[in-house]
Write a protein that binds this ligand. Structure first.
Ligand code: ADP
Ligand code: MG
Length: 684
């Protein structure tokens, strides 16, 4: 006699301890970021197939999605003329028979034998009055099972995010096999009164309902509970990080004299907008405290973030400290150096640069993020400014705040042009203070935007050539191929580049910028563009073109539907920086009405936040960030546009921490927070 080997179903149990998971599946699961038992049971379905209609064979109608249960009458494999395997079976219940065909699954005859009692689900086809099922899902039932006992048929069937070689069926079977024991061993971690107040269902019930619901109401309830968990824990973790930051980190207090501020403002070639004034005073408020600032400055392209950062850098200098400014690319680092020089040289502040290509010391030093890790400052760094926050993860941000020899941490200001709506920002960055530049300086021109139908493509190229004849320049963003700068993407861009060269007359000079170029070559191309040696800069969708070219008047974007609106808006912001009228031309191959409607909003709306809200409503948060997701926390189940649930989660998190700052009364919750910190958060 063998005793049954029970695997402990601790949430953290490594997935390879589950029977039937060897090297092969371990590798596949890793691709889905499933490493523990908990990861597997929280691998949530993204939709369900409704196979709940159990119908007698005599009652079928064409096109119906059904589940049939009966005995295999006959089954055999055939080889088609093209060499494919067909498996033909006849299924019988008490009311009739039906033919079933499976393609290229010859192994089925090894498990389904004449006489086997099975449950099959799929779409009925009726031809010549004979019903037929093509490639239905199937499972063997040992007895005439209750419908609720089935896993792959006869109910709402969960469909999961898959990866090659790892099907929903496999995932479903595995989850079904471990869920009962997992649930037995998992306790509730939310406070009971919270559950009551929020009218949530219990955790274990939610887990079983999300995977194997009886109906859509089940799904709704489960989704609410699990989404709440996710948002709640996110808020708690952020609040704890914020507190830790305040308790453990000390900064140098800056003194901010109003006479100096006036001197700085007086020297500017323009007056600050109200939003800039408000943000600046929030930041200056931070700098005068002993706790290091940890603020996110959000503002649309062109909203004037740099001058706000420059003012902070100015006070850092006035107080005797260095400032480091990190940009996502070398090109942008150089651009920042130039802009800051214009703003700070009058105050006798030297702006340096620290990149692979060039190293010059200064009181303010611009560079890529490598600057923050490998630059050895000679004086204490009082302020770190990080541009384009979305390229950096939380972990990196932690590193920037490392203490100096004096035990002090610098103040940190991160800036992003991604117009994250406030609720979303508070959820994702609950540990940061937020300043928003929701205003564009006056006198800025509107960029004429058109979604151009493909039949007007030739006219569009002609228009661009005209602009070039008039002495202006243009950007063309090549069609989207893959979310990464793969060789395939580069090849596609190169092909497009060659095609474009043929389309314009010989006088027009084109340059190609893609992410696989060495940074030196990238810089050269950008410089030629800036120096007007290139008329049209052709760039891949992934490459950063965040550079000021006041002479560029056209931004043409292929595959525009593949971008989030906020991203398109950012790209569009690359033109219209000078005085000339500027244009954004959007092309798409999509004929989805929704897509077109979405793109059309670019024609009317020129406020990044509004566009982001539209995407948030129409397509969910992923679209705001498009394919540049790194650095963001990926939510598993919660819908970030569910403002009501977010508000509730915030309220509850605040309440709980108010009573129990270290979450001591809820050890399981504390444990969850700890493991989240390990997943996402920097060690310090
Ligand atoms: P972004 O927020 O995209 O980084 P920048 O800081 O580069 O924007 O500013 C864009 C342009 O607007 C710059 O040329 C800058 O000099 C100008 N600018 C900034 N603030 C104002 C203002 N209050 N009034 C007029 N122009 C401004
Ligand atoms: Mg900027």
């Amino acid at each position: 006699m063998y005793s049954k080997l029970l695997v402990p179903m601790d949430p953290q149990t490594p997935i390879e301890q589950i029977p039937g998971i060897g090297e092969y599946y371990l590798r596949k699961l890793k691709k889905l970021e499933i490493k523990t038992v908990e990861n597997l049971v929280t691998h949530f379905p993204f939709r369900y197939d409704d196979f709940s209609a159990l119908i007698p064979i005599s009652n079928l109608s064409d096109g119906q999605i059904v589940t049939l249960q009966g005995n295999i009458w006959s089954i055999r494999n055939l080889r088609s003329r093209t060499g494919k395997f067909l498996t033909l079976a006849t299924l019988a219940d008490q009311t009739g028979t039906i033919d079933i065909v499976w393609f290229n699954q010859a192994y089925i005859t090894k498990t389904l034998k004449p006489g086997t009692f099975v449950s099959v689900s799929g779409k009925v086809q009726i031809e010549y009055k004979k019903p037929k099922l093509l490639s239905p899902a199937y499972e063997i039932l040992r007895e005439r099972a209750q419908l609720s006992k089935t896993v792959h048929t006869g109910r709402l069937i969960p469909i999961y995010p898959e990866t090659e070689g790892l099907t929903s069926k496999w995932l479903r079977a595995k989850i079904a096999s471990i869920l009962p024991q997992y649930i037995k061993e998992t306790g509730e971690f939310l406070p009971e009164d919270l559950i009551k107040r929020q009218k949530l269902i219990g955790l274990t019930l939610a887990l079983s309902k999300i995977h194997f619901p009886k109906n859509l109401q089940d799904v709704e309830k489960a989704r609410k509970r699990l989404s709440f968990d996710e948002l709640f824990i996110l808020q708690l973790a952020a609040a704890q990080r914020r507190r830790k930051w305040k308790e453990q980190k000390k900064a140098s207090k800056f003194s901010v004299e109003s006479t100096k501020l006036e001197a700085f403002l007086k020297n500017l070639p323009f007056a600050l907008t109200t939003a800039q004034k408000r943000s600046l005073s929030e930041i200056l408020g931070d700098l005068q405290k002993e706790t290091p600032a940890n603020r996110l400055l959000e503002g649309d392209v062109g909203s004037g973030k740099t001058v706000v950062a420059a003012a902070a850098a100015y006070f850092s200098h006035q107080n005797g400290y260095l400032t480091l400014l990190a940009a996502p690319t070398e090109i942008l680092a150089h651009q920042h150096q130039k802009t800051l020089e214009e703003l700070l040289t009058a105050h006798k502040i030297k702006v340096g640069i620290w990149t692979g290509a060039k190293k010059e010391d200064g009181d303010v030093i611009c560079g890529t993020h490598a600057l923050l890790i490998s630059y050895k400052p000679k004086r204490e760094v009082g302020l770190v400014v990080v541009d384009e926050q979305h390229r950096f993860g939380v972990a990196q941000r932690g590193k920037f705040a490392q203490e100096s020899a004096t035990g002090k941490s610098p103040h940190i200001l991160t800036m992003t042009a991604t117009p994250i709506p406030r609720t979303l920002a508070l959820t994702l960055y609950g540990d940061l203070d937020l300043s928003v530049l929701d205003e564009i300086p006056e006198g800025r021109q509107k960029i004429q935007t058109h979604v151009v139908p493909n039949f007007k493509r030739a006219a569009a190229y002609k228009f661009i050539e005209n602009q070039i004849t008039m002495g202006y320049q243009a950007f063309i963003i090549t069609p989207f191929v893959e979310p990464s700068e793969s060789m395939l993407s580069v090849k596609a861009a190169t092909d497009e580049f060659i095609k474009l060269k043929g389309l314009f007359s010989k006088r027009v000079k084109l340059g190609l910028l893609h992410g696989r170029l060495k940074s030196n070559d990238k810089n050269k191309i950008m410089k030629s563009f800036k120096d007007k040696k290139i008329d049209i800069l052709v760039a891949t969708p992934v490459v950063e073109v965040g550079i000021d070219i006041p002479n560029a008047t056209v931004m043409m974007i292929e595959s525009a539907d593949r971008f989030g609106l906020a991203q398109l808006h950012q790209l569009r912001g690359r033109v219209g920086r000078g005085k000339q009228r500027s244009y954004c031309l959007l092309f798409t191959d999509s004929n989805s009405l929704n897509s077109l409607k979405r793109l059309k909003s670019m024609e009317k709306i020129d406020i990044g936040f509004e566009l982001a809200e539209i995407d948030l409503k129409m397509r969910g948060p992923g679209e705001i960030f498009g394919f540049k997701q790194s650095g963001y926390i990926n939510l598993k189940i919660a819908d970030i546009s569910d403002q009501e649930l977010i508000a509730q989660a915030q309220k509850e998190a605040k309440m709980l921490l108010g009573e129990d700052p270290n979450v001591q009364s809820y050890p399981q919750l504390a444990q969850k927070l700890k493991s989240l910190q390990q997943d996402y958060i920097q060690p310090n």
